[in-house]
Design a protein around this ligand. Sequence first.
Ligand code: SF4
Length: 97
Amino acid sequence: MHWLEAEQRVLDPELVEKLDPHRLTMRVNDASRLRCIALAGEIGTTVSCGVYAQRPQCCRDLVASWEFGQRSRQCDLARIRHGLAPLTPADWPAAAN
Ligand code: SF4
């Protein structure tokens, strides 16, 4: 995200790090698995974003696979990275009806 976005969203500076002269990225607390420092809970059971209201636009833009009827390659790859199967339309009961 651009540094100005972080300021406008009032993101805690402790949660981000410099990516290049203009961009920041969320810090990770597990570099081997790229787990965002703001992610609370246990992956594979229940997780939530600890800064949901202030989350950057890139997070807002990433939708879960099939939540709105389309596959999300980024979602699938993130789940696979964490040892989870990609979501399917059946994971969204309302959409399956
Ligand atoms: S939505 Fe974004 S800020 Fe929130 S936990 Fe996920 S990666 Fe981190």
